[in-house]
Write a protein that binds this ligand. Structure first.
Ligand code: GLA
Length: 392
């Protein structure tokens, strides 16, 4: 991959480049909890955004996207969002570096990747993190990984207009092979937990549904939870996030004001508790118990938090007829994208067939299936990789 990227970079811009890759992510459990000060359990996957960068002598930014086969030019001193969409994930990062007072001059940037977009696998976070890491290298900016993830998250808020939590950027930067990461989104404390799934594998089913309202609905959910928090805080100012509230407090202060907001907040507390259960399931190797929690999360996301859609519900319900599947749920922001499924190793290819046949005959979209491996976080691709590629 490194060779291909460097060649394409040369064709587009000439010269040598620093090349960085940053992964997409899955999330085992802990959905919509990140912006509510709760816990998440994501992992980086072996699908990546690739970014190659080099200096320019002026203050211009020249971008090229391989996926869109398109150039975009900008100026470090005049950063603006672009209608094209894809440049915003790069420019948003530049904007954050500049706002934080880091010295950024003109540069060329080539972008490629194999993370499906709109699939809930955080392709945008991967681009932001790869860009942030590459620019930090190029301009000798001394920034630690957590600051990098936070900066990339802010870029998404400002240039993409999605008030996302920290999960995606964190997972992309901090991923570790064969581990999920338990992140406390309130304190940003984290620990790696081995992904122990004896005899089972995680399989992603991409509904290929991309809901137009996904971004506005996402921001709405965030506002609803913030509203719930305000009502609790009127009586308990010591509480900083809805994840610190109790069900009794929600019943007392939120339910009488707005039943819908109550259900949203209540889902968050239940999801945090489920995540703690999953940590125990992973420790004891109890995949069956883990699977049940995935189903419970889906029910919560579909009926309480209301971020699912008929295609995702269909995919999850269908798996309940298959004893070789221990659990399934929609993953990520929702309203389309992927489900994550816990499937017996020797059933994977049958599973793929059964689900494709069922889905493709019912909906206008076609199902894509990905068996993913858990990978490591943002890194620079060096010449050693070149050797490895040759050896294979
Ligand atoms: C999107 C956001 C994340 C997180 C998930 C839902 O992926 O970018 O911050 O909120 O949705 O868990």
């Amino acid at each position: 991959m490194l060779l291909k990227i460097q060649e394409r970079f040369k064709e587009k811009f000439g010269g040598e480049a620093i090349t960085v890759r940053s992964p997409g992510r899955i999330n085992l459990i802990g959905e919509h909890t990140d912006y509510n000060g709760g816990f998440v359990l994501p992992a980086a996957i072996d699908k990546y955004a690739y970014v190659a960068v080099s200096h320019r002598r002026d203050n211009l930014i020249h971008l090229y996207s391989e996926s869109y086969q398109e150039f975009h030019n900008s100026d470090v001193n005049q950063l603006e969002t672009s209608e094209k969409g894809w440049p915003n994930y790069v420019l948003g990062v530049v904007d954050q570096f500049v706002k934080k007072g880091y010295q950024i001059n003109g540069f060329n940037l080539y972008l490629d990747g194999d993370i499906p977009t709109g699939a809930g696998l955080s392709s945008s976070a991967a681009v932001e993190c790869a860009t942030a890491y590459a620019l930090a290298k190029l301009f000798n900016i001394n920034i630690d990984r957590m600051e990098l993830a936070l900066l990339a998250q802010k870029a998404e808020h400002v240039f993409a207009g999605v008030r996302c939590g920290i999960m995606d950027q964190f997972a992309s930067v901090f991923g570790k092979e064969d581990h999920v990461v338990k992140l406390d989104c309130n304190t940003l404390d984290y620990k790696y937990v081995p992904l122990n799934l004896e005899g089972y594998q995680l399989v992603l089913l991409n509904s290929n549904v991309k809901h137009k309202l996904a971004e506005s609905a996402y921001n709405d959910r965030r506002s609803q939870c913030e509203q719930g928090l305000k009502w609790v805080q009127e009586h308990h100012p010591e509480i900083n996030t809805i994840s610190e509230a109790t069900v009794a407090q929600l019943k007392k202060y939120v339910l009488p004001k707005d039943e819908n907001v109550y259900r949203k907040c209540n889902y968050i507390l239940a999801e945090n508790a489920r995540l703690e259960g999953v940590i125990e399931d992973l420790k004891s190797g109890d995949s069956k118990a883990l699977g049940e929690k995935l189903y419970q999360t889906h029910q919560g996301l579909s009926e309480e938090y209301e971020v699912s859609c008929k295609e995702l519900d269909f995919l999850v319900n269908k798996t309940k007829q298959l004893p070789q599947v221990l659990g399934a749920r929609m993953m990520g922001g929702g309203f389309g994208g992927c489900t994550i499924n816990l499937v017996a190793n020797d059933f994977i290819s049958d599973f793929e067939q059964i689900m494709k046949t069922a889905y493709d005959s019912k909906f206008e979209h076609q199902l894509s299936v990905y068996a993913v491996n858990i990978s490591s976080g943002t890194s620079e691709l060096k010449a050693e990789e070149k050797l490895k590629i040759h050896e294979v």
